[in-house]
Design a protein around this ligand. Sequence first.
Ligand code: PXP
Length: 248
Amino acid sequence: MDQQTSGLELGVNIDHIATLRQARGTSYPDLLEAAFLVEEAGAEAITIHLREDRRHIQDADVYAIRKHIKGRLNLELAATDEMVNIACDVLPDDACVVPEKREELTTEGGLDVIGQFDRIQKATRQLTNNDICVSLFIEPSIEHIKRVPDIGAPIIELHTGTYANTSGKEQQRELQRIIEATEFAHSLGIQVNAGHGLDYENTTAIARIPEIRELNIGHSIVSRAVFVGISRATRQMIEIMQNARENK
Ligand code: PXP
């Protein structure tokens, strides 16, 4: 699969397929069917976020997806005892630790790896002891990245939300921050992923950063799927990533 995106992998976040289902309490759209189509279209990972308020993904979804998908499962979770215990039972391939606030629309900002160091380190240790590969969702900040080796996570996912929500010079400045953060983390031997707010317009510049290994993209792909289907929406994003790596 690596060749499809020239070493850059795609994790498709399918939370919002579940959002649609939960809006009516129906059994459709079927999350597993979505996961299979996304895998078939060439994505390397299925990403889901089991939130404390269970607003989209439900516990049973996590177990079913774990059991049936062929590729990697990346479970996003808050660093709480409840979530870490569920993860240690489900055993996803990867666990991305994210901050979580009940009232937020979506994950807002990265983890506070300085202020919440002990809690995040404890969660990372428990997940790692269960052979789950841990990534920390953080801001593109050198100060935060410096703490990652002490926490013990091998991967970070850089929050691209500010980049996605700005334009012009401000966006270019944020892109530069992401590039510098990526290079710094890479120099420490940390794998760098990125995600949040990436869409069919703004992904190219992020995908061109050579050290980035994986992009996790959800809302824009599921939104496009409404018109073209999830297979085509996934393939179109893979093509953008591939073209970016080939400098097209
Ligand atoms: N990465 C992380 C850590 C996230 O929390 C999310 C949103 O759940 C995403 C990526 C995907 O963001 P979006 O839906 O904006 O593409």
